[in-house]
Design a protein around this ligand. Structure first.
Ligand code: HSE
Length: 440
């Protein structure tokens, strides 16, 4: 059978990896897919770069629409990124009856409802394994491997840049700004790292996983997003003394009230495997009612790891593209007419436990006042750590750090009590609050 023909939009790092891996493993891939898979056209504004990436006999064009208009192309790979032109091109490719493979988490997390509806109406597939956790086949696992389960929650380290920064901060005791500069110098962090360090990239990824896990529409606008820019080396150190590591987690949970969807730094017990995922690696823990807890670990970015996911999607589409559209795996795991209307909970309704650090005057009665206010709010304390004043503020210091770990509490209640604590004259600096996930 003639190879399936693929057009590539965007000849960057992942595009180049896709060419290399397809070429290197072409025989095995063909035996798995049932026919050959060939990229026959590449579009990139940088023609020289595209020419270098593309092999012999591949047509290189500057205009992506030439690829979409080519009737011989069955599948379009979108590796441009962003929500702008990428959205238009994906919708045009769908309208032209092409299947789409994309690594674009931002596009799907924000415009997924529109894109999946268009693909469903047209009877084509939009595959996005590469959009979440790079080479880790987490979309496949959630959508197919765990399909028997009622998924209860998942939590993941799904941004390599921030995990690298946190690992360095812990290892070397350095502050955020210093490590970020070093990460940029080494090429681990982008020149503009905003999406990574502010948690937005992880927010896009957890939004997609949440939709698949619970059969809800993609709703990035309802996700609670916090990054790592305000994390102090001191809190990483205190957390470690209490038996925890701080990780930027993407978390989504099913509760009786609705779905939690959030990204923020979290204390994780040091003994958990997830706490030991270091450097730029990614990992996702998924808890299903039947299977229990499962863990997926690997490279979340990079040329060939991401190409591995892109090609897995190409193989899936090649196997299924002649199948009746109704018999394919639904984009979001659940059939479009059987989606759930479970609401995404506002952060104030989320229930979790907390690490609180208060810089306080080292005076009699301060601890009693603080714990009294927590008790009145019904917030139970799990552990308290008080540093020597000298250790915190130098010899003769009259200030100290009070670190409190709480049991589970409703975030809205915690916000109220934090406002009361902050107003105490003996609380001398803004209170640090970091959420804590036991993941048990
Ligand atoms: N910038 C991402 C990361 C990879 O640091 O993990 C692509 O989503």
């Amino acid at each position: 059978m003639k190879p399936i023909q693929v057009g590539l939009l965007g000849a960057g790092t992942v595009g180049s990896g896709t060419f290399k891996v397809l070429l290197r493993n072409q025989e095995e891939i063909k035996r798995r897919a049932g026919r050959g898979i060939e990229i026959t056209m590449v579009a990139d504004l940088d023609a020289a770069r595209a020419r270098e990436v593309a092999g012999e006999g591949v047509k290189v064009v500057a205009d992506a629409r030439e690829v979409i208009a080519n009737p011989d192309i069955d599948i379009v790979i979108e590796l441009i990124g962003g929500y702008g032109i990428a959205r238009q091109l994906v919708l045009e490719a769908i309208a032209a009856g092409k299947h789409v493979v994309t690594a674009n988490k931002a596009l799907l997390a924000v415009h997924g409802t529109e894109i999946f509806a268009a693909a469903h109406a047209k009877g084509v597939m939009v595959a996005f394994e590469a959009a979440v956790a790079g080479g880790i086949p987490i979309i496949k696992a959630l959508r197919e491997g765990l399909t028997a389960n009622s998924i209860q929650w998942l939590a993941g380290i799904i941004n390599g840049t921030t995990n690298f920064i946190l690992s360095e901060m812990r290892d070397k005791g350095l502050d955020f700004a210093t490590v970020l500069k070093e990460a940029q110098r080494l090429g681990y962090a982008e020149a503009d790292p905003t999406f990574d360090i502010e948690g937005v990239d992880a927010g896009h990824k957890v939004t997609l996983m949440s939709a698949i896990a619970f059969g809800i529409p993609v709703q990035f606008d309802k996700a609670h997003i916090e990054g790592i820019t305000k994390l102090a080396a001191q809190d990483i150190k205190y957390a470690e003394q209490l038996g925890y590591r701080i990780k930027l987690l993407g978390i989504t949970k099913r509760t009786v009230q609705g779905i939690e969807l959030r990204v923020h730094p979290s204390l994780v017990p040091s003994k958990r495997l997830l706490a030991n995922v270091e450097g730029a690696m990614n990992a996702v823990v998924v808890h299903g009612d039947a299977v229990g807890t499962t863990l997926y670990y690997g490279k979340g970015a990079g040329s060939e790891p991401t190409a591995s996911a892109v090609i897995a999607d190409l193989v899936d589409i090649t196997r299924l593209h002649t199948a009746d559209a109704a018999h394919r795996v639904p984009h979001l795991a659940f059939h479009p007419d059987a989606m759930s209307d479970l609401k995404v909970l506002p952060m104030a309704e989320v229930v979790t436990s907390y690490y609180l650090r208060l810089r306080v005057a080292d005076q009699a009665g301060v601890l009693a006042k603080v714990t009294g206010l927590l008790a009145t709010a019904g917030i139970s304390i799990d552990a308290v750590l008080q540093r020597e004043a000298d250790e915190v503020g130098g010899e003769g210091s009259t200030q100290t750090d009070l670190i409190i770990l709480t049991h589970d509490a409703r975030e809205g209640t915690v916000n109220d009590v934090l406002a009361e604590l902050q107003a105490l004259p003996t609380v001398l600096q803004p209170i640090v609050r970091i959420r804590k996930e036991e993941l048990s």
